[in-house]
Design a protein around this ligand. Structure first.
Ligand code: G1P
Length: 293
């Protein structure tokens, strides 16, 4: 069965980016000129996703507004003869039949956010995309995964190697057999300390999951931090159906972190043909100034 639906958990408080996120959801912060969440939606679209399910916090109208119509702005851009800007705002509209919004009343973790979207998922594999993780790649990360998942079936998470002292920031897998970009998953641990980590292969925010996960999430208790962890629920699914880690092609930027977010802005600026030379000149000038510090 093909993957047609994607869940975007976007109900977090974004405290690491306060005060910017006091009134603007973290997922609406721009990388160059597009909100993080729009990159995630476009990645999903290019992987064939048709239904977009946003798990939002009670106060996040900005997200629905971004993907809705903006008649007044369209009229102004149309009247003032700005076709490329007009196209850019039309590009981010999702038909109301394709976008669902479900409110996560309390911040009870990623597993709970995914569970909140359960009524929009039928008996089919679905994707979860964490917009904090941007992946710059020739073929978008989720599209790579969909192709791979069609080959092997089962559950799949995107993975990458991280430094040993970073394991406590990620879900980390205990690897089994390796076939090209696919790694058999034998165990999953959420944010282990380096000494307890089963490897340095970490999950980044792209998942293809089977709907069985909802039964597990429904029963799962909160962890010590009061959250329902997706990783813990996924760990219980290891066994019967295949569960694979997928080493994607591309560069991942952690936009949940200030430095990662700045790095993403530079990388995406450099990747834009019309901006490349100017951004490169600024970066080189800064690097020279730093060298002589
Ligand atoms: C979440 C998941 C974690 C995963 C990470 C990827 O953590 O819980 O397993 O490795 O996303 O970015 P968070 O970054 O929300 O703390």
């Amino acid at each position: 069965m093909s993957v047609r639906k994607a869940i975007f958990p976007v109900a977090g408080l974004g405290t690491r980016f306060l005060p910017a996120t006091k009134s603007v959801p973290k997922e609406m912060l721009p990388v160059v000129d597009k909100p993080l969440l729009q990159y995630a939606v476009e990645e999903a679209q290019s992987a064939g996703i048709e239904q977009f399910i946003f798990v939002v916090s009670p106060s996040k109208n900005a997200i629905a507004n971004h993907f809705g119509n903006s008649n007044e702005l369209e009229r102004v851009l149309g009247d003032t003869g700005k076709p490329s800007l007009l196209a850019s705002i039309r590009d981010c509209q999702l038909p109301s039949s394709a976008a669902q919004f479900v409110v996560q009343e309390h911040p009870l973790g990623l597993g709970h956010a995914v569970w909140c979207a359960r009524k929009f998922i039928d008996e089919e594999p679905f994707a979860v995309i964490l917009p904090d993780d941007l992946v710059l790649a020739d073929e978008p990360c989720l599209a790579q995964m969909v192709t791979a998942q069609e080959g092997v079936g089962g559950n799949m998470v995107a993975v990458m190697d991280v430094p040993t002292d970073h394991t406590s920031r990620y879900g980390v897998l205990a690897p089994g057999k390796v076939h090209g970009r696919l790694i058999e998953i034998k165990g999953l641990v959420e944010k282990p300390q380096p000494l307890k980590a089963p490897s340095t292969i970490a999950i980044i925010g792209r998942y293809i999951l089977l709907p069985e996960i909802f039964d597990q999430l429904a029963e799962q208790n909160k962890d010590v931090s009061g959250e329902i962890q997706l990783t813990e629920a996924m760990a219980t699914l290891i066994g019967g159906t295949p569960f694979s880690g997928f080493r994607f092609e591309g560069e991942r930027y952690d936009c949940g972190d200030k430095v990662g977010f700045l790095e993403a802005n530079i990388a995406y600026g450099l990747a834009r043909e019309e901006l490349h030379d100017d951004v490169a000149a600024v970066v080189l000038r800064m690097a020279d100034a730093l060298k002589s510090e």
